[in-house]
Write a protein that binds this ligand. Structure first.
Ligand SMILES: [Zn+2]
Ligand SMILES: [Zn+2]
Length: 292
């Protein structure tokens, strides 16, 4: 398949994979409690100012009760279930208000929840008709006694949760990619446009962790390519890692972007904005690499 331009639409479902479009495909809103209470207008006006044509809102959906053991953290991770209808109603109103100025796509950043897939299934079953985008992400891995812990909370929490339990950083990395593979399988039948979220999120705290085996990461990432291609799932070229001091990398390596382009896997830039000033963050980083 011929790939044109610098921003592939990733619209595998529509067969349109050669659209050049300035698109921020992964963003959050006031419905995120580790984010910012700013109204949507502040995000969207900035996107228009920066010349974006499409803007996907992909909020964290509710999580199963007591998924993680810390009640304070639970409150910050995701909105309570009763707010999900308000989220869709609010975004639908905003979408209408911005028609003709900016295409606002409404979606969710679905979590892959190992052994709890039915929870996410239920959300998708209920809301799929009103979702244009699904970013599908692994944020959680099992730890001691089956307890679920975040991989992206803090470096100290990561060490405490995983290093001792798995025995080595490479075993954590391996298990992370096992979950990404299960996630692709889970996401395959989703009816809306879909992308794998920040595929290398396991690198978030790499500067504070024992060194990761880059060959292992490369092998595991390479192994995802045929699965993504077969499933028609795109890649969220999530640049948030560039603004994290313990990471300073995009969550999608350049060589992986290139491999995706060669194989016709859609790439969509994602700022992962949690506040208005992050909209469009490091878009040039993405555009330069996707063009070349
Ligand atoms: Zn978030
Ligand atoms: Zn995420």
């Amino acid at each position: 398949m011929l790939q044109l331009g610098y921003c592939l639409s990733g619209e595998a479902n529509s067969g349109r994979n050669d659209v050049v479009l300035k698109w921020d495909g992964h963003t959050h809103s006031k419905f995120c409690y580790h984010g910012n209470p700013a109204e949507q207008q502040e995000y969207l006006d900035r996107a228009i100012e920066l010349g974006f044509a499409r803007y996907s809102v992909t909020e964290h959906p509710p999580l199963p009760d007591r998924l993680v053991d810390d009640p304070q953290l639970m409150r910050e991770l995701a909105m309570p279930e009763r707010e999900l209808p308000d989220y869709f109603a609010y975004m639908e109103e905003v979408k209408t208000r911005y028609e003709g100025k900016l295409e606002v796509a409404i979606g969710l950043e679905m979590d892959y929840l190992c052994k709890n897939e039915s929870f996410s299934d239920r959300i998708v079953d209920k809301w799929a008709q009103r979702m244009e985008d699904a970013v599908v992400s692994v944020h959680y891995l099992p730890s001691r006694g089956g307890a679920i812990r975040c991989i992206d909370y803090t470096a100290d929490d990561f060490k405490d949760a995983f290093l001792g339990y798995y025995g080595s950083i490479d075993k954590v990395v391996d298990e992370y990619f096992n979950h990404v593979e299960m996630e692709i399988e889970w996401a395959t039948p989703l009816p809306m446009r879909k992308r794998i979220g920040h595929v290398n999120l396991i690198r978030k705290f790499h500067k504070e962790l024992p060194e990761m085996d880059q060959d292992l990461i490369r092998r595991r990432l390479q192994g995802l390519l045929p699965k993504l291609k077969a499933a028609g799932i795109g890649v969220d070229v999530n640049v948030a890692g560039l603004r994290v001091a313990t990471c300073e990398e995009s969550y999608v390596p350049e060589w992986f972007m290139k491999a995706c382009l060669e194989q016709g896997i859609g790439l969509v830039y994602g700022s992962d904005s949690h506040k208005p000033e992050q909209v469009g963050f490091s878009y040039d980083w993405f555009a330069e690499r996707a063009r070349s």
